[in-house]
Design a protein around this ligand. Sequence first.
Ligand code: PEP
Ligand code: MG
Length: 768
Amino acid sequence: MFDILLKIENLRKKCDKNTKKYSQAASFYEILMEISKLFNGKIDIICNFIGEDKKILYIASYIKSNLQKQILIDDSYKATELLKIKKYPITIDSRLGDVSLKNKNGYYFALPVMTNGENLSGSLVIYSKEKLEIKDSIKIIAFLFGSFFNQDNIEKIISKKNIPPPTPAKKQLKNNISLYRKEVKSNSSPIRSQSSFHIAGVSLGGTIAIGNAHIHGKPSKIERYINNDSTTQEQERLDKAKLKAEQNIKNTIDKYKSYLSQDAVECLNTHLLLLKDKIWQEQLKQAIDTGLTAEAATEYTKQQNYMNFQQIEDEYIKARFADIKDISDKLHIYLNKQKNSNKSDDDIVIIADDLGISGLMEYDISKVKAIILETGNISSHIAIVASGAEIPILGQCDGASKNIKTGSKVIVDCDQAVAFICPKAHTIRLYERKLQQIKAKIAVGKKISSNIVTKDKIKINLQMNAGILSEVPLIHNFGADGIGLFRTELTFMGWTKYPTVKKQTELYKKILNMAKDKPVIFRTLDIGGDKPLPYFDAPEEENPALGWRAIRIGIDRPAVLRTQLTAMLKAASQANSTLYVMIPLVSEVAEIMHVRKILHMTTQRLEKAGNRLPPDIKLGVMLEVPSLIWQLEEVCRNVDFISVGTNDLMQYMFAADRGSLQMHSRYDIVSPPMLRALKYIVNICNKQKTPVSICGEAASDPISAMVFIALGYKTLSMPATKINNIKNMCNSLNSKILNSYLAKVMQSDEHSLRKKLRAFAKDRDIII
Ligand code: PEP
Ligand code: MG
């Protein structure tokens, strides 16, 4: 048995090294014969590779039976198709009425060949006339086959001329190969060179970072599957990795307890329990005893558990596999680090197709240096949270997760919107120097007093936007005047079930206490649209941005709103702070009156139950739906403050989806129609003496921000990391002069005033 494992391992290594002379396909055939020997030659075997949904590529077979070969191949395809649905080993007794199988006289045993724990890449279909006992050793062989089934190797295998297919399958094989080649060609990246290469993207926030790539959701490649040395040594490596994982989890809980949600702590505790789980440890030991390395044993048991969990009907229990997957992947990292001690996971650059807030929460945020995404845009929530946490983030980097390998050195330059992978030494030196300069600048910036006044003596308030607890301390680091927008839904998105009043109260209280005497504006849940909550059932809508979202949900589901208001009231009373509540996506005054009523009822209930109320309660609205502009005077009379959400206001004013790549930057906020609307809003608010601010992302763009100030906005709220830039702009701006200039250019018929404004700033030494 060990011999055959070694044979497969050698073949795999040769495939990896791309040895031209060696015929991998012939070796496949050889291995199939070896398997046959394990069954005393009583079986037929076919190995299928599964490509696209409908495409199964036959690779090699060992066929000794008198049966018609084509029938056997056809039947093996059917067994593989069934396997694709079931995803666990299946036995098909063709005599028991499965009429779809042509061969009516035997048993098929179809073994999944998996990669990455849960991707079905191929199958070993074993046919026998007699009922077979499938031993664990065969499962391990199928697992090792999985190690071949990454796209590179398949490409090499099928490109060999001497695959020994039985004649009837030749034509189909040829077709499949050409189809497969087309697919590989269309997927290959044009930018990749031999070692160092770069990927261009779109900057979503931040400056520069240097770190080591970590492909989100994909464990690192296993270099060695079979262990030639002592199994004790391999077991010791595994034990060390478990210890390291355990220490890391405990440290994370200790250090970040106050920042972690209860769910995150529960999840980490489950990982601790799993590390001591007797059944799993026994599975791992057996796999190592068979001859697998610690990494391969971890991967093998993960796959076996995946298949076992697939057979469980209960969806909740089925979902528990995610914990085994997570902790197995963590063990991989530590095992990998034993070999590559220079590849630290302290400076992580996360590479992902897409990354949600909860995905980011899987990491120790203090160790994340940058994020590279294949998707994302400036107003996506991951970009907002990353900017808030001072993490540079690059979006729309095509092919990033396919082409970058875990552990590779990466430089992320958001100023140039490019990432350098495996950069040359001189590039690293250059960026290390740049990084030092940036750090020095930030240190100076942080010392600037938070008392910001323009050259014409207008006092400006710069507040920060936040959405998760760990961002809140930045209020002090960057000298923000308060939190002008706390997006409560971002924390909700990281939870797995709807939080109780108690849980919410704890969160809001922590935020208020961390902010000390600085005001915090809590926005009620802005869910729906592009921010679904996993545990909140919402109907499918054709146009979610125009659908059932934000306060519309709050009004239709008053219990949700009441729970949140109750928690906010309790938290503010316990922290002895003024409660600022802000309603998102208000479209008419009637909605404000409705929420006022619910707020009033909630306070009355709390008082009746003997609770203290906060010292003061202020109710405000987000102005992000254009209809509200035409009821603005009434709005002012019914609220304590207004904040303009330019992200959504732009989307609805220009009828341009804020998440669409095509619409991205098609319209500019510094354009005549938008600036006239913003001027109208600030004028009415000033007349009505209603405090007004801007909290959309445009507030952090120096050109837009100088215009807002010149129009009369005195409070801007933005990601904390952007405050220093805007401070510098404010200190160098004479808002009166710009105001007169705007009066002229705002009447123009130009698409954007950006160019003119940039020139204006340059001429007057305004720091933008
Ligand atoms: C906005 O729309 O401008 C805003 C600040 O809210 P969000 O980006 O969360 O929709
Ligand atoms: Mg909005």
